[in-house]
Design a protein around this ligand. Structure first.
Ligand code: NAP
Length: 291
């Protein structure tokens, strides 16, 4: 497994984690979700990302089941919904997450989206309180632009902003124009979500290139040279960025095996160039969206 330091800390996290969006929604899938997470942990994917908003807390409950006997070997990130980002709201939300996760600390706590109701300063005051109390180890934000990250850093004073979780995949490279250079310069880890594209409800669902398209053929052809799939090529391309980890959804053991196969080899410079031609960096930067 390949590791990177979390922000300015001495804590190492694997460059591939396990996403749990939509986990805990369907009781019939619980066994498969828990088995997949445990398989991932056993194979080095010890970073698990969840949120109070996933499955109305059900995802955190699944994570608790999967990590009960190995909590200290797992790095858990979870998120507070934007609407719960008042000072008291975030404290209450963290306590509820801790209960669902059946743990007494959260390794990394994200503000899920910028809030239209609460100032960054108020939310970060709540974050600082949670760290002071030992309930949260590291502070994160998600979907934050550089301007908002600067505000957060100012509000946090002595506490470091460790991570920003943002969308990053072949068809959405907007962070390369603002978030990525800012984070790399400031030593803030980027946790890239949706490495294989967005679900239909997010940003209009810019998904993975379909079979039969020229983009997909290019990925397939490049993959064939390394005995890898188009998904593994896409993940390897993502992970060439410094200070970045990626969190593909850990839906089943097959997906996790595939994701593990994205490590341990490197795309050649010519292949990266070819991918960049087919998936060009856009002119726009990641925009600010508040919820
Ligand atoms: P993703 O991991 O890129 O997965 C997208 C789809 O790709 C999956 O539904 C799956 O489709 C397919 N897939 C996944 N792994 C695959 C593999 N190895 N081989 C082939 N197909 C594969 O997208 P995501 O779930 O949107 O994002 C990942 C994680 O990021 C989430 O689980 C969540 O933890 C986090 N996230 C955070 C935010 C935020 O606002 N902070 C937003 C979105 C996601 P099938 O189900 O059809 O197999």
């Amino acid at each position: 497994m390949l590791y990177t330091y979390l922000g300015k800390s001495k804590v190492k996290i694997p460059v591939i984690g396990q996403g749990t969006f939509k986990f805990g929604e369907d009781p019939a899938s619980a066994k498969e979700e828990i088995e997949a997470l445990r398989f991932g942990i056993e194979n080095g994917l010890s970073l698990i990302d969840t949120a109070e908003g996933y499955g109305k807390g059900g995802s955190e409950r699944i994570v608790a089941e999967a990590t009960q006997d190995c909590r200290s070997n797992v790095f858990i990130s979870t998120k507070v919904l934007a609407r719960n980002c008042s000072y008291q709201g975030i404290i209450d939300a963290a306590e509820a997450s801790l209960e669902r996760l059946k743990t007494d600390y959260i390794d990394l706590y994200f503000q899920h989206w910028p809030s239209k109701d609460y100032e960054v300063e108020e939310t970060m005051r709540g974050m600082a309180y949670l760290v002071e109390k030992g309930l949260v180890k590291h502070i994160g934000v998600s979907n934050y632009t550089p301007e908002l990250m600067e505000e957060a850093q100012k509000a946090l004073g002595g506490y470091a902003l460790a991570c920003n979780q943002v969308g990053y995949h072949l068809n959405d490279r907007r962070i390369e124009n603002n978030v990525l250079p800012f984070c790399q310069e400031q030593n803030i880890t980027i946790m890239g979500y949706s490495p294989f594209g967005y679900a239909p409800e997010l940003f209009g669902g810019l998904g993975f290139p379909h079979e039969g398209t020229e983009q997909r053929q290019t990925l397939n052809q490049i993959g064939a040279k390394y005995d890898k799939t188009a998904y593994q090529v896409a993940l390897n391309w993502i992970l060439r960025q410094e200070s970045l980890v990626s969190i593909p959804k850990a839906k089943n053991i097959e997906h996790i095996k595939s994701n593990l196969g994205a490590l341990g080899w490197n795309l050649s410079q010519e292949d990266v160039k070819l991918i960049n031609q087919w998936f060009p960096r856009p002119a726009e930067s990641m925009p600010l969206e508040k919820y």
